[in-house]
Design a protein around this ligand. Sequence first.
Ligand code: SF4
Length: 473
Amino acid sequence: MSIHEECGVFGVISPDLCDIASIVYYGLYALQHRGQESCGVVVNNDGVFTSHKDLGLVSEVFNKDVLAKLGQGRLAVGHVRYGTMGGNSRNNCQPIEVNHQKGCMALAHNGNLANAGELRSNLELSGAIFHTTSDTETIAYVVTKERLRSNSMEEALSASMKILDGAYSLVLMTSQKLICARDPYGFRPLCYGRTADGSYVVSSESCALSAVGAEFVRDVEPGEIIVFTREGIKSIKEHCHHKRKRMCIFEFIYFARPDSTIDCVSVHGARLRAGELLANYHPAKSDIVIGVPDSGLDAALGFSRASGIPYGIGLVKNKYIGRTFISPGQDTRLDQVRIKLSAVEESVKGKSVVLVDDSIVRGTTSQRIVRLLKEVGAKEIHMRISAPPFLHPCYYGTDIDSEEDLIACQHSVEEIAKIIGVDSLGYLPLDELGTLIGSHEYCSACFDNDYPTLIPSDICKYKFENKLSQKQK
Ligand code: SF4
């Protein structure tokens, strides 16, 4: 599997001055699966912002001394990032901090704007100078511009939401407020919880709430803005129900952690259902069902339960790989598989194996996994995929950005089975996607071309770098 989610966001507001950076640290640690390229924390002590951001995993970027230097505070925001828009550079680390005419703010964002290019061009033409290549800076510009003519940051954010189009779940901190917002489609998850001492915690996923001892309160509604202050909570629903809800179905299949719930749907439950459906649609006469860690495991369990074929551990993941081995790029991908995964000979030797994974993108990773299993003696491999074939790019915060790279665009299912070296291959049927999450509406554009927004004219994820380097030439 080689798709990367863009980011995870986290924010805390505490009634008292406390070691708030540590809370964010543990929250980001629980969101690490959403982005491993860079991370950052901004602490707010009575309007004085102190930050630390760098490339690397949360455990590499932060240590006791760094957290101590961030000091105490009542508010803080944090971010983990995989750069789908704007490359992997220190400049693009978040949260972004901005000093504007009416104060200061720190902003962390998950998702991609569909109209980022257009907004950025207009801002540049009106004199804005960008310091990063990430579309989060575009959001910051739009919000601070609106702040000039608004009475409050929430009013500015509400006005900005009429301008921004696409996927954004964000946390924003001013000197006194923690504010979160989810785009009107609700592409990316966002929720909040409360701790026993009265702190409010906002997070991309509910798994990070439990990690800091917060009790889940609820999901942020698509289009909703929530303002947390010392005085309490205010919900602004001006933008709710203006768009058809389109939460990303792939969050349930791959991106989110199985112990999270999104919009009241358990991610683990959705994956189990995908496995059960696969067993019904694509049965196999095999000795064992195994999953590709991590996101294939739950669906493998579902397949096993529905088929009666025993579930086993056939692949083990090395969980302690640092950033060195998680750099984007086709050339490094083949070696990464062997470094990340090992096959369990005892489970698969001489057996017919059902291998469950969440997707096939380019096919190279699947090919390599199949080879690992064959090397330790798997007799037959029947691959089952808990998603339909990827046929279209995503513009909302993943790095599926080119149809040329998608193996299903170039080959039939039988051809793909041959290329990756399996005895049979079966995908989750497109019309069963909804079964995973009940009655919710969802985005499935990367599978069916049904885009909820206008498609951006320039789809290259490094378009701003390209433009910059062209200008420099
Ligand atoms: Fe999710 Fe695919 Fe929609 Fe992107 S296009 S938001 S990955 S369902």
